[in-house]
Design a protein around this ligand. Structure first.
Ligand code: HEC
Ligand code: HEC
Length: 213
């Protein structure tokens, strides 16, 4: 009977130590997965910086700034490049290949990385265009059914969730995207409705205003 207790006690101890070792292995493998994921994000970001700039602060207006962009928006866009639903010519040329091999966890990690960076502050632009763009951004153009932009993109154009930050983005990138929404070469139902009645002048003015924010 006493022997039985010792045995049971002994086997419980063995079980406990097996559990401890197993738990330790789980902890180690979880840690390795995180490290590997971290490495994948760092390697990816390094590759992206050749166009989008160090810390997402690109200099050339062909390449949108990513620093401080909304995380959810970045995730939506990277998946749209990966599955080819964002199909304007520059998306096709530059981003389909880039996003093609990104896994969901890497996309999450890259989006978290860029959204946490400090955005680039706006730069002064043509004062007449900036004033005209501010008026459209805040009030829309009621005569042609263009809505105010701030309702979705935020009073300071900071964005939120799947609505992108526009403040401090390159002027000509914004102008180009408005034209692409309007022509449906970048197909998005919401932004097509908002952009389809914008004249080239209004697109230029909105872009001038947003680039100063
Ligand atoms: C060879 C240059 C190049 C590289 C490298 C590159 N991109 Fe891009 N990226 C572009 C261009 C150009 C656009 C704008 C596409 C357009 O006009 O529709 C863009 C657009 C984007 C957008 C959409 C931004 C917005 O405001 O809608 C995201 C997000 C993005 N890239 C993320 C990445 C990530 C993450 C990487 C690295 C895996 C990467 N890019 C690598 C050229 C590049
Ligand atoms: C009803 C909500 C809504 C309104 C109003 C709205 N937008 Fe948008 N906008 C969006 C959404 C959603 C997206 C992202 C589309 C996508 O996922 O491709 C977007 C994307 C954009 C982009 C692309 C940004 C980038 O980084 O590529 C620009 C530029 C833009 N909007 C400008 C404007 C302007 C200017 C106005 C006012 C005339 C406006 N939007 C009004 C919802 C809105």
């Amino acid at each position: 009977m006493g022997d039985g207790n010792v045995n049971r006690f002994g086997s419980m101890q063995r079980l406990a130590s097996v559990a401890a070792v197993f738990g330790g292995l789980l902890a180690i493998s979880a840690c390795t997965t995180t490290d590997k994921q971290q490495d994948a994000v760092e390697g990816t970001v390094h590759m992206c910086s050749s166009c989008h700039g160090m810390d997402g602060r690109s200099v050339s207006p062909t390449f949108p700034r990513l620093a401080g962009q909304q995380k959810d928006y970045l995730i939506v866009q990277l998946k749209a490049f990966r599955d080819h639903t964002r199909a304007d010519p520059h998306a096709h040329t530059y981003m389909w290949g880039m996003a093609g091999g990104l896994s969901d966890p890497t996309i999450e990690g890259v989006a978290a990385y860029y959204s946490a960076l400090t955005p680039v502050p706006g730069k002064a632009g043509d004062p007449t265009d900036v004033a005209a763009g501010k008026k459209i951004y805040e009030e829309g153009i009621p005569e042609t059914g263009v809505p105010a932009c701030g309702g979705c993109h935020g009073d300071a154009a900071q964005g939120g969730g799947a609505f992108p930050r526009l403040a401090g983005q390159h002027r000509s990138y914004i102008e180009g995207q408005l034209a692409a929404f309007s022509s449906n070469s970048r197909a998005n139902e919401i932004m097509h409705e908002n952009a389809k009645n914008l004249t080239p002048d209004a697109e230029r003015q909105l872009a001038a205003f947003l680039a100063t924010q």
